[in-house]
Design a protein around this ligand. Sequence first.
Ligand code: GDP
Ligand code: MG
Length: 661
Amino acid sequence: MSSSSIEAHIALIGNPNSGKTTLFNALTGQNQKVSNYAGATVSRKSGQFFTPHGHQFELIDLPGCYSLSPNSPDEEVTRDFLLGDQEGETPPDLILCVLDATQLERHLQLLLQVIDLGYSVVVALNKIDSAEAQGLRIDPTSLSEDFAVPFVPLSALNERGIVQLKQALRFPFPSAPGRLWKGPAELEESIALSTKVAEEEGLPKPEAHGIQRIACPDNTDTEAEQFIVKKRTEFIQRAVEAGLQRPDDSAQDLTDKIDAHALHPIKGWFLFTGIMFTVFWTIFEFASIPMDWIDGAFGSLGEGITSKMSEGDFQSLIVDGVIAGVGGVLIFLPQIVLLFFFISLLESSGYMARAAYLMDRVMSKVGLSGKSFLPLLSGYACAIPGVMATRTISNAKERLATILILPWTSCSARLPVYVMLVPFLVTGSLSQTAIMFGIYAVGTITALLAAKFLKPRLGATEPPQFLLELPPYQKPQWSHVFHQVWERAFSFVKKAGTLILGISILLWFLGTYPKSNSDDPVVQQENSAMGRAGKLIEPIVSPLGWDARMGTAMLTSFAAREVFVSSLAVSYSADSDEPESVRETVTNAKRPDGSPLFTPLVALSLLAFFIYALQCLPTTAVVKRETGSWKWALGQLGGMTAFAYLAALAVYQIGKLIGYS
Ligand code: GDP
Ligand code: MG
């Protein structure tokens, strides 16, 4: 598709979470391009689509923003883009403004600001499905008349109303309605003056600059600004009164009733703990069945191959390298799937926002605002999106503190390691749940204490107020829940089939060559490259109770934490001639004197290390990008690794002292 057939450029704007990206995907499909804005770390996504009238447009997904007076790097890019100040970008021909229909009043603020800048606008009134479910009645015609731009009700998620939206993008576009309110003579004069100044400076869109300078001056609170805010609010209130009918409050009543318990400072925490406990317990209780299937399947695959192939290095590569390595990780798929199912369920039902609300009070005690909560919450899935989500934190110091502590919220890549180690500590799904709960609590509490320690040292000021929306409780959106679970599961399997497969093969080679003349697998292992590396690292890890192979497995897991499990599986499976399941392999691993390797104390020491260590090079790369400095990225990597080492050391040495083994 040549870009010369593009007839117009459309920019997608909206508050964070209004559904911009979902709409962008619904409109452009696979036809997308991602890059970065010039001079900014903010990513730029563009794509193309056709309307039913056969016009081809380019669509750009602007970073989400609450207003055009920027509070974050994302908002700054969006403002600069609209004013024509963004390097390498020309202002769009039309703005597609995405509003969340369930948050209409608040989101209309942005619409009004965009209209004020003199753009042609079409409104995508998104999440109409949720609005309906909440019993909100919205009259698009009335809103269209008041704002003088078309309002198209739609649901980007369910792809409802997309065609109607495309039809509303009539080309050539209608002219811009222009400013919808008028100030007193004095204000109008200063706007005219400011516009003229911008014109003389040769700025694109001089009136937009003029209004922007008066309506959203940086860091000052002028009378004119206050007046404009008041005018806009009045305008919106009037429009909403005519165009929005709220439900007869029965849904709200139920939500309020539940929230009286869910947000209660004591009962709320009991409920939260209970829910989390149930989630983990379910994972331990039920995942073991499909895990046994997967384990069994890989076990018999290994046996089948062993009996079919002639003995030799190639057989060993397949059985001890590929099958042990990939199987060792894939066995944890059921647990990952269940965990993400519950997380999506809690999000979709509206409970997660309540957890955020409870957390907000704790966070403010350590000097973080609720704005840090969502990034930290994403951290439980993966630190990388978590670090990127800190872009919504306006205070630079608070943002830095959040990035620095974020990897201590336990990401899902640690889950396979935890799940492998916990059964060495206790048996029974209830006790295992308690340990699991403890692991997450330890990580979280340490992260919060670290924030308290770091913030004053980074010179951060008091957190700004954060207004958390508490959406009404609703029935989970099953399609969305399953989609998210599927995405997670798929990326987990993909990682097992690519990165982990590759590393397993590499590890097998390192663990097999160079060969020694001896037939004894122990001597062979010691002679291999891995055995030698293990010998080097052994003095460092033996105070933690680990053997050389755990040490090398730990080193390899800096590529990705899950690799630890594969790595152990690969290196210990070479010990026995019999093919066995991954769990048997690890359980049966012995020290040279024949005592079991994985004692409860050793498992605890490994756990301590994995809770605290930052073993994820992609995270370090993203931290470097987001903080703009290797100093913070490497400092975090070194600091967390050292902390992890000391924690494991303390656990093992104290454990030995008190006679726990
Ligand atoms: P962005 O931050 O504006 O890019 O928003 P996203 O596209 O990431 O969407 C934010 C959330 O809203 C996601 O959980 C979406 O699944 C959800 N969402 C988007 N469109 C709709 C919709 O039409 N209906 C409902 N109920 N949810 C939606
Ligand atoms: Mg988005």
